[in-house]
Ligand binder design. Sequence first.
Ligand code: NAD
Length: 346
Amino acid sequence: MKPIRVLQWGLGAMGSGMARLMLEKSGLQIVAAVDGRPDYVGKDLGEILKVGKTLGVTVTDKPETVLDKEKVDIVVIATTSWVKEQMVDLTRIIKSGINCVSIAEEMADAWAQSPELADELHALALEYGVSVLGTGVNPGFVLDLLVVVLTGGNHTVERIEASRVNDLSPYGPTVMRTQGVGTTPEAFRAGVADGSIVGHVGFPESIHMISDALGLGVDRIEQTREPIISHVRRETPHVVVEPGMVAGCAHIGVGYRGDKEVIRLIHPQQIHPQLENQDTGDYIHIYGKPEIHMAIKPEIAGGIATMGIAVNMIPHVVAATPGLKRMIDLPIPAALMGESAYKRRV
Ligand code: NAD
């Protein structure tokens, strides 16, 4: 089997984890790596990934030197959350005639919030004959694809409620800031109002995907972000939360068809939830015929699953028809454990 040749773009927490995973997969070969960090540029990828050997791939901050469709089958890009911010890089990749997987949250369904940019990407992908997928653990998997698949045997679906309760403790300062961890409740509300505290990025994308896949006709999405106020002291390497301060963000997204609520997604994220006896988990409830209740405890680990799903989708994206794709448009993801996994019919 000829391996699929991959360019890894972005070598942060996710991108470097994906690259390490790809090194373990017989059907994938990393042939190039891009990152803008000056301390990475010019170094061998093996050194950056700390895998104890050189890989013969030099990290560059000049993508134009490695975007060659004769040498690269697909780019996996892990640089930002926003479609608008990734547009220049995505355009470059597509115009080079190379397929792409992005883990930018908004790319999970770019039509949800940036329909014009999504149309532009889709048209470009058709013109250059490549496929582009947005994916990740959430959006991209737990609160959308998994929900959609669970309805696969249903005769009817009246309403869906799904929640993901997770622990933010492993994350760094950016996540603490954007979730409002360590602020006072007043500062939290001010941060939500001025847009500096965003909570989860992905509800419009997940709701849009579920609604489209089932034909639920969601025509309005509302979101609320409330502070999770701690009753105990909580601490991580990046933040200290005293009782009365904010330990996280309880973010809810609701999709309506007319006046009727049809999809409710709930994502309370906080540091050390166990200190207040809060279990973590993923829960999906489907109300219809039949009624379905799914619980995964603890939750599917976010970082591991994001790396996994981005890598596992690579063969599907390479084999797909051209265009901008969502997880509901391609064959279901599966772990790449052997040769047949790379050859599933699309
Ligand atoms: P990170 O900050 O650790 O890494 C980003 C890396 O990309 C850095 O090394 C940076 O130097 C590099 N970079 C940024 N812009 C670049 C550019 N234009 N060209 C070259 N290099 C560039 O972030 P991370 O934790 O690896 O996550 C990456 C993104 O993926 C984040 O926006 C995160 O929110 C998102 N994400 C999505 C999901 C999901 O479920 N969809 C899951 C995890 C992370």
